[in-house]
Design a binder for this molecule. Structure first.
Ligand code: SF4
Length: 693
């Protein structure tokens, strides 16, 4: 009997990038089995239901296995050859560029694309299409944390320390993160923290399954956690708990930040947030009396029109208490999408070049242009951010190439975005299934999935990982890299767009060399030998950098920067017409827009559709019982879903998960007000009214 081999790889979904092994079965209905991989340190074999069932998407009956082209006569999509489909895409993009200029062509990427794909897509946009109009859905994920990180520390890496440090710190403040639903295997880091005697404070408007683990749960009104952080900093100062030595030696800007915080008396903060003063004081004591501590944020504070300042306020709290740039202390962001970290480092973001270089920095342009073999002045400048790009579709941007994203479900003000997409002259989408966005395309290109291709991902710790191809893809699909290779050739670039991932990675290493996210010392073999390598890794002899900022921060003077921030209201406050706050969120059995997970029977059975979570008092006022339809109406639209009644949510707030299309599409309600620094839309707060559905 021949030995069945397994291939070590990683889950296709979230930023934890859990390790797993795949064993090919040879059975078409389920071509691979997931095998536990206990040697990978991040998850030690544990997986959530999404990871465990991921192979089901490989053989989904709705998987695309041939290109589709829209028939001008019938308006329907019909099967086509790859030659015809690629020629149609090249023609659609070329016609728009020739007729309206390069910036009339847009490119939209995704935080699930491998580093190689993100790199190749950015290069394709800027060289082949010569357009500045490229951004990606990661803008909707953690861009506020990235901006605040850059501003305070001079460098953005989601977690500046490995996850293994979390159980060994003294106190964690977890802000706006529901790990129990978003990445369950990571919950063990908090469990171990408590087993080791550490304390856990959770800040969340809902009593989530994560909040239930907390020693202290603070439930501020959505959109007010900036005030809460300021109130805590006020209390730190009032109780004489500032780490004066750390502040003097390793930071700048303290006086202005201190003055701002002193205007936020805890009693005043209680009126804004609803968090009682005694709880705020308890939180300060718990955090400051521990030997060391961390603040970890996720989408709650980040997806706000003041997300950068909100995260900045939590960073200021870390700096004032000396909880940054030291072992077992610091601020970190729990990135969401699989390659949310790497996806923003290699050039698919509107303002960035590979290596996390700034597009408007002449030295960065010269370096990358040198690697690409072009003159720096030929590179376009920064373009529109994700929502601004989507909002410009059908206007200044008339054709779009989209990879790895489903904005018809995942974008804010989703029905409006759908309308903009429908008004395009030309849309091409590369995807594995006919997502709601792909269904609107003129050309759909069926591409390989995670288990059928090789490429690197960078997880939320900044650990660069390798996914090896474990299965032969079905005939009729191509990799995204092959798509870009083919399109580049049709558009006059015979060279420069290799289809082999390792060749792309070799170029990415050179393009990133010397930049903030330096991958030059990382190669595929090393990643496999070392269970991932932490960037920056500036040479083959460099060990990689699991812990950042221990000696100095990445600013010009090596000091972290306090940035003074002030509380302000959400862009849309409640009023008599819209008296309730809507916040959007996630459930454990679905992932992002649901394009993949809604195709898995087991996950659908566990989470079949959207719901409106509301407090019994609100339900009673409305006259709805558990499971009865509730209509949620905002200034942008209406969504209807069954009531889920719980005392675990504030009586002034409702929650809707955003994974679905149809009448329960939550993102259609969302206010696209943007953070002025990160351009993050305000997914977490808008004003709504409720009606019986
Ligand atoms: Fe996959 Fe994230 Fe679940 Fe791990 S936690 S199995 S990476 S979805």
């Amino acid at each position: 009997m021949s030995e069945v081999t397994t291939v070590p790889t990683h889950c296709p979904y979230c930023a934890l990038q859990c390790g797993m092994s795949l064993r090919p079965t040879g059975v078409p209905e389920l071509p691979a089995e997931v095998v536990e991989r206990t040697d990978f340190p991040v998850n030690r074999g544990a997986l959530c239901g999404k990871g465990r069932t991921a192979p089901a998407v490989l053989s989904s009956r709705v998987r695309l296995t041939e290109p589709l082209v829209r028939c001008p006569d019938t308006g329907a999509l019909r099967p086509a050859s790859w030659e015809e489909a690629l020629a149609a895409v090249a023609d659609g993009l070329r016609r728009t560029r020739d007729g309206h200029g390069p910036d009339a062509v847009g490119v939209f990427g995704g935080g699930g694309l491998t580093n190689e794909k993100a790199y190749a897509l950015g290069k394709f946009a800027r060289l082949v299409l010569a357009t500045s109009q490229i951004d990606y859905n990661g803008r909707f994920c953690m861009s506020s944390a990235a901006a605040a990180h850059q501003r305070a520390f001079g460098l953005d890496r989601g977690l500046p320390f490995p996850l293994e440090d979390i159980p060994r710190t003294g106190c964690v403040i977890l802000v706006g993160s529901n790990l129990a639903e978003t990445m369950p295997p990571a919950l063990r880091y908090l469990t171990e923290l408590k087993e080791n005697g550490g304390r856990l404070i959770v800040v969340d408007p809902r009593r989530t399954r994560t909040a239930e683990q907390a020693d202290l749960h603070l439930a501020p009104r959505p959109g007010t956690d900036l005030a809460l952080a300021l109130g805590m900093l006020h209390q730190v100062v009032a109780e004489g708990r500032v780490d004066e030595e750390f502040v003097a030696e390793r930071t700048t800007g303290w006086e202005a930040a201190r003055a701002g915080a002193m205007a936020h008396w805890p009693e005043h903060v209680e009126r804004i947030t609803g968090v009682p003063v005694p709880l705020l004081r308890d939180a300060v004591r718990m955090f400051c009396e521990a030997e060391n501590g961390m603040v970890l944020t996720a989408r709650g504070p980040e997806q706000q029109s003041k997300g950068t300042d909100t995260v900045g306020a939590w960073i200021n709290l870390c700096l004032a208490t000396g909880r940054a740039g030291r072992p077992l202390s610091g601020y970190g962001c729990l990135t969401g999408q699989g390659n949310g970290q790497g996806g923003r480092e290699h050039g698919q973001k509107a303002d960035q070049l590979p290596g996390y270089r700034k597009l408007d920095d002449p030295a960065a342009r010269a370096h990358v242009a040198g690697v690409w073999g072009v003159a720096p002045e030929t590179l376009p400048g920064p373009g529109r951010s994700a929502y601004e790009l989507l909002d410009a579709l059908g206007g200044e941007v008339r054709a779009l190439l989209l990879m790895g994203s489903n904005p018809v479900v995942s974008a804010p003000r989703a029905a409006h975005v759908e309308e903009r997409i429908r008004s395009l002259d030309f849309l091409a989408v590369a995807d594995v299934v006919l997502s709601e966005t792909a269904a609107l395309a003129d050309v759909v290109l069926p591409v390989t999935q995670w288990a059928e291709e090789t490429g690197t991902m960078t997880n939320l710790e900044g650990r660069v990982l390798l996914r090896r191809r474990a299965l032969t893809p079905p005939p009729g699909v191509r990799t995204d890299l092959e798509v870009l290779h083919g399109l580049a050739a049709l558009l006059g670039w015979e060279k420069g767009f290799p289809a082999e991932p390792e060749e792309v990675f070799e170029e990415l290493r050179r393009a990133s060399a010397g930049g903030p996210a330096d991958y030059s010392g990382i190669d595929y073999g090393r990643i496999e030998r070392e269970q991932g390598v932490f960037w920056p890794c500036p040479g083959p002899d460099h060990a990689g950098t699991p812990r950042l900022f221990l000696d100095r921060f990445a600013t010009a003077d090596g000091r972290a920067r306090f940035v003074p921030v002030v509380h302000r209201a959400a862009a849309e406050e409640t009023d008599a017409d819209y008296p309730v706050v809507l916040t959007t969120g996630r459930v454990v059995s679905q992932y992002q827009s649901g394009a993949q997970t809604r195709r898995v029977d087991e996950l659908n059975a566990a989470a079949p559709g959207p719901f409106v979570e509301l407090h019994p008092r609100l339900a009673e006022r409305l006259g709805v019982a558990e499971g009865e339809p509730v209509a949620v109406v905002s200034r942008r639209g209406r969504a209807v879903a069954p009531a889920r009644i719980t005392t675990g949510i504030r009586p002034d707030t409702v929650l809707m998960p955003f994974h679905w299309y149809g009448e329960g599409r939550a993102n259609t309600l969302v206010n696209p007000a943007l953070d002025p620094v990160s351009r993050m839309p305000e997914f977490k707060v808008c004003a709504v009214r409720l009606e019986r559905g």
